[in-house]
Write a protein that binds this ligand. Structure first.
Ligand code: PLP
Length: 219
């Protein structure tokens, strides 16, 4: 019998495939990242058993408390950091995560690069863009993307792409389209965009990674 998590995952993968097909894209170019913040090891392992390999957490401390044991038990699982990151957590983040989606300033890049040199680990980084130009929101200003792209390309860390979280309560598609345009301008390939409510639109507009929590873990 399939677990509930596996059933939900299958239907999300089907929706991703349908959106990719409509957009004349290859669904294999879209990675589903299961955002497992606040979720327990049992729920996570049910998804691993269903074939899920990419997981995301938003807090370093929470990830540290649950993932080392899970990673030791399961081969091939990749861990993504999707939350705001303080420079003083850079060493812990580099040690634990394979990909970091929230690089938004040079000082954080410097801290990550330094931690990378010490640990010989080189997580890939997405540059997070404050795409709605909102106060209080994570991400760099649109005008700062170019300088950050250049700095990452000169660093030991591979550039995975651009990431954004559109403003709440408004139609997200124009913001996805804008992020895709900025990525093209800087010849950046990866786009981490789309969550439970809007991942189909994100896939149609070019997302290469969608970050889905609620739709996987809740009814
Ligand atoms: C929590 C979170 C998600 C997942 O959001 P859902 O709406 O539950 O799918 C995606 N991205 C980031 C950055 C998050 O913090």
């Amino acid at each position: 019998m399939m677990s509930i998590a596996a059933t939900r995952r299958d239907s999300i993968l089907e929706s991703i495939a349908a959106a990719a097909k409509l957009a004349r894209r290859d669904a294999a170019d879209v990675t589903l990242i299961a955002i497992s913040k606040t979720r327990g090891a049992d729920e996570i392992e049910a998804l691993i058993a269903a074939g899920q390999r990419h997981f995301g957490e938003s807090r370093v401390q929470e990830a540290q408390s649950k993932w080392p044991q899970l990673l030791a038990r399961h081969n091939g699982v990749r861990l993504h950091c999707v939350g705001r990151l303080q420079s003083n957590k850079a060493a812990e983040a580099v040690a634990l995560f394979d990909t970091i989606h929230s690089l938004d300033r040079i000082s954080l890049l410097e801290a990550l690069a330094k931690a990378s040199e010490k640990s010989a680990r080189t997580p890939a980084v997405y540059i997070q863009v404050n795409i709605g130009e909102e106060e209080q929101k994570g991400g760099c200003a649109i005008g700062d993307v170019g300088a950050l792209v250049t700095a990452v390309r000169q660093s030991p860390l591979p550039l995975a792409g651009l990431m954004a979280i559109p403003p709440l309560g408004v139609e997200p598609s124009p913001f996805f389209a804008l992020l895709a345009k900025i990525a093209r301008e800087h010849e950046v390939g990866g786009l981490s965009m789309g969550m439970s409510d809007d991942y189909r639109a994100a896939v149609m507009l070019g997302a290469t990674a969608v970050r889905v929590g609620t739709a996987l873990f809740e009814d």
